[in-house]
Write a protein of this length. Sequence first.
Length: 406
Amino acid sequence: MTTTQASDMLRRILDYSSRADPYPLYAELRKTPVARQEDGSYVISTYREITDLLHNPHLSSDTRNLSRPAPGVASQAEPSFINVDPPEHDRLRRLAMRHFGPPHTPRLVTGMEDALTATVSGLIDDCAGKEQIDLVDDVAYPFPVAVICHLLGVPREDEPRFHHWVDDLINSIDYNPETDPKEKLDKGVQARKDLRQYLSGLLEQRHGKPGDDLLTRLANDDGPDGRMTDEEIVSTANLLLIAGHETTVNLITNGMLTLLRHPQILQRLRDEPDLIVPLVEELLRYEPPVHIIPWRAAYSDITVADTVIPKGSQIMLMLASGSRDPNHFHDPDRFDPDRRDNQHLGFGSGIHLCFGGPLARRETQIALSQLVHRLDRPRLVADPPPYRRSPVLRGPIHLHIRQGDG
């Protein structure tokens, strides 16, 4: 594939007309595992090469290591730890993990089981008797935002404010100055400012006060790595709210869409509740919530599949393409919850492996289990459904489901 052909293929993948089914285009792209673009960036589309790069210490997550700024990547005074490199990344991640999972907070997810079940059950209760529901608006969106806000200590009455902020931020991730109005980027920048200002206000109220929410714990923690600055805490909370919420919405929605397209598997899940664990892992491979890591930077010259990527180059990692690579997965375009050794890229890999993955998994397991058991003969109103604009965090913006005799 020539550089011009590769650039045209990427444009087709990013174009909204391909959002419902980008997988045939990924298959074409994989014929050239490392595809140089006309702007000098590189697109990586095969499993082995993506995995190798995610574990390569010469790959940087810091925008300052790009030869030229990536469009839409706004500089932050204090970026979250997914946008910095070791050793700073490792320090910040350790500080966050002390309060988000094992070994210091081993029962965070399991201790929320009853609350998670009650929350999603209440949302499904509200759908009872309705001939038609929108899975996104009625269940998949409000469920994880309630969970993340609870973890952070955000008042319930403030939850609706996040919808607007998150939408504008997500829409700005894939900003292209050649095709998108500048308003798209400006809205994302403003949303980031508004969200950080709001979280800073919450944090000011937490210093020196007892509490179990994550903001309070981070504000008063004096562990072996010291304490996060207020800016670092706000950046971490911002990351949790956006990444933890948006990916889970897409995972639940993509999951229900996939089950409705595979009614035999949906019925099997009703009959075999334990199937939900491997089924969600297969969803993370087959219809992942994150399709693309839109940029990484080469610390130095990196050789990938016999191609030398120069220092400072922008690198785009096509995670969803890698998880459908036939050289790593047998019959990759088949949804198979019995798939063994399912080492997908749904949550990335390497040092930036999604640290909220265990919570997202459990939220999705509970939500899908409740939905398939409690919705009355659910069926799709439209297939494909309308999708969100972003090719990076891909999922339906609405999923209308008819139930009962309607």
